[in-house]
Ligand binder design. Structure first.
Ligand code: WTA
Length: 651
């Protein structure tokens, strides 16, 4: 679409209304009818009775082994949901479907080289049981932790579910993270077993995951065994006794395994996420509330029906995959797609090819991916029939209106509503998002979902007036809210609950417009969003400082056309170390090795000084303003105001 048309659309401030058909057939509308609720407003109002709302939701979406005695026990800042219920999420995600519709496809898998595999609910159940039995033989029991380091292959959901089935908490680490990042996370949770694979495909080459896992295991004394899935069959290093072949240990196991009856608030998983300090935080999710919340949100926002083909094109190493590739779609008994490789491999139409081939009906991706495809041009899209699509979604970072409209027109054929879902690892489930009954404004995540209460607060803790920026907060507990940070209650309190008493601080800034629409603008704290991936400034800085040539470092995010933000590092070298191109390259690669390729700085600048507060804290905000060309404001209170001008001399 020509530029001119886009700007007209933007000026028009167009509102995208859902079709009558979408509204009347939507899952949320049907539920409203059942409850005698007549309008969106009434739904929002009634759902503020948290216990009533989530109590009703639970009846619809989950089956307890024995029912809860109480919907919510709220002892700020800790919530226990569905107290007293006996439950296991695997019952709802796998066991019941394997009995009731065994032959329905749970996952279509496509490998990067084009190999395909399909897994029905019965096959999924068999595979999960075999692995669960094998893990039990390794001595794993309820309450233990297992780390999972796998790419997007079917064994990833299988491994997660097998752990959950026997009451073991999983900690999945994104396969793009380095061995050091993996070792840190294993050591924090004390995992006894690590599940990984030999190698996997990425852009026509294989990635040596087992080799990285070995390096991590060497630094992780809690690991007793490394279970290795054979993905490519390539030769890999092997440690006898410690290493076990996934295929071997599961081959002769029984396809029956009793699902452990857990308490609703027992730990399901730990997922590490970046916060404001260098050390990743272990966000905890529990079986019961999480299941109810993710199932309701997927069913209502993306309106999944029995015959839908759902593709959440994320990686299960991040929360999007945990909630909306693994657990929620399975609870709803949906058929989903899992694709191993790069979006533009071997050519720029790989994703559109997949959508056409599998007749995907609902598709969910990130603004970074949309912007990349926008740049590659519509000719790649036009080669494919995407008429199966009926709804689209976006997640991970703010979506700019241009990308929203491109997506709506070129991928959605002008027919599909775009569900821009705002949420976090900590919220576990969509928190602010449209419903099929919502009118949309491109770039807005619309409103808090039913059962959620949000607002924008000023620094003083007052409600910000309409159209005024401030901190996005959540006001009442919700079932998929984190159960705290693993072994770190102080950090939990300080990060989310210290700024405003009794109110959850998201760390994002945004505003609410005069119509009540939310516009989330980005992070207020020192967290970067690079291609939708969450990284912490200080984690990157500590990695730079760990290099022998570096004395101090500051990392900031700079707006980037495709990736949302790019990583810019300012480095002070140790005395006697010379600035050089090879060193610049070495520093980028050092961070890549320490944290993962996604964390490699796009730019590394050498400086003599960095602006600091009187207490010695590096003022990233000032540096950032300087880099993006905004006025730096009053710098007279800095310890070294002259350092700001020094930035101009960066080499
Ligand atoms: C950002 C990803 C604007 C936000 C699910 C949040 C968004 C952080 C959106 C959480 C959206 C996520 N619009 N910003 N629709 N979705 N974010 O934990 O800054 O990886 O705090 O969870 O992503 O990132 P996380």
């Amino acid at each position: 679409m020509p530029e001119a048309d886009i700007s007209v659309l933007l000026k028009e401030k167009r509102i995208f209304k859902p079709s009558q058909k979408l509204v009347s057939e939507s899952n949320v509308k049907k539920w409203m009818d059942k409850q005698g609720i007549r309008s969106y407003e009434e739904l929002m109002k009634k759902s503020q009775d948290t216990e009533w709302f989530w109590g009703e939701a639970a009846k619809e979406f989950v089956e307890w082994y024995s029912p809860p005695k109480k919907v919510l026990d709220w002892k700020l800042p800790y919530s226990n949901w569905f107290v007293g219920a006996k439950y296991n999420i695997v019952h709802d995600a796998v066991d019941r479907h394997a009995k009731r519709h065994p032959d329905k496809v749970a996952y279509y898998f496509e490998g990067e080289p084009g190999d395909r595999r399909k897994m029905t609910y019965k096959e999924l159940s068999d595979e999960v049981c075999r692995l669960a039995n094998a893990l039990k033989k390794l001595g794993l029991k309820r309450g233990d932790r297992v780390s999972i380091y796998l790419p997007m292959i079917l064994e990833l959901p299988v491994a997660m579910l097998a752990c959950a089935k026997i009451g073991v908490a999983h900690s999945v680490v994104f396969s793009g993270f380095s061995s050091l990042a993996l070792a840190d996370r294993i050591n924090d949770c004390g995992a006894r077993v690590l599940i990984t694979c030999d190698t996997f495909w990425r852009r026509g080459k294989t990635v040596a995951l087992k080799a990285a896992a070995d390096e991590a295991a060497r630094q992780a004394p809690s690991i007793e065994h490394v279970v290795v899935v054979k993905r490519t069959g390539e030769n890999i290093p092997w440690t006898n006794g410690r290493d076990l072949s996934y295929q071997d240990i599961t081959a002769n196991e029984s396809t029956a395994c009793e699902t452990e009856k857990m308490e609703a608030n027992d730990l399901l998983y730990i997922l590490y996420t970046s916060g404001t300090t260098g050390k990743p935080k272990g966000v905890m999710q529990r079986h019961g509330g999480y299941a109810v919340n993710i199932a309701l949100t997927l069913s209502w926002v993306f309106d999944l029906k029995d015959n839908d083909i759902w593709w959440g094109a994320a990686d299960a190493g991040w929360v999007t995959g945990h909630s909306y590739i693994v657990y929620a779609p399975l609870i709803l008994g949906t058929t989903s797609i899992i694709y191993e490789g790069a979006p533009d491999w071997p050519e720029a139409d790989r994703w559109w090819d997949i959508i056409e081939n599998y007749k995907v009906t609902v598709f969910y991706t990130s603004p970074t991916a949309i912007r990349m495809f926008m740049k590659l041009g519509t000719e790649w899209v036009k080669k494919h029939d995407l008429s199966s699509l009926r709804l689209l979604g976006s997640v991970g970072e703010p979506i700019n209106p241009e990308a929203w409209i491109w997506y709506q027109l070129n991928i959605g054929g002008g027919r599909c509503q775009i569900m821009d879902t705002w949420w976090q690892t900590e919220t576990g489930a969509f928190a602010i998002a449209p419903l099929p009954i919502s009118e949309l404004k491109p770039g807005s995540a619309v409103r808090p979902l039913p059962g959620m209460a949000a607002d924008i607060y000023t620094d003083e803790g007052k409600r910000a007036p309409a159209e005024t920026g401030g901190n996005l907060v959540l006001l009442s507990p919700w079932p998929a809210m984190l159960g705290g940070l693993y072994k770190n209650p102080e950090k939990y309190q300080e990060t989310y609950w210290a700024k405003y008493p009794g109110v959850y601080l998201t760390g994002d800034i945004g505003r609410i417009d005069a119509d009540g629409y939310y516009w989330v603008q980005g992070r207020a704290d020192d967290v970067l969003k690079v291609s939708g991936h969450r990284l912490s400034n200080s984690e990157l800085e500590s990695s730079l400082v760990s290099h022998m040539s570096v004395s101090e470092a500051a990392v900031i995010g700079k707006p980037h056309e495709l990736k949302g933000e790019s990583i810019v590092a300012f480095v002070i070298l140790k005395k006697g170390i010379e600035v050089s191109e090879p060193l610049r390259k070495e520093l980028r690669e050092h961070v890549g090795k320490e944290i993962g390729k996604i964390a490699m700085p796009d730019e590394v600048w050498f400086v003599a000084d960095l602006p600091k507060t009187r207490s010695g804290k590096i003022m990233r905000r000032v540096i950032r303003k300087k880099v993006i060309g905004e006025p730096v404001g009053d710098i007279s209170t800095l310890m070294n105001p002259e350092a700001v001008a020094e930035l101009d001399k960066a080499k």
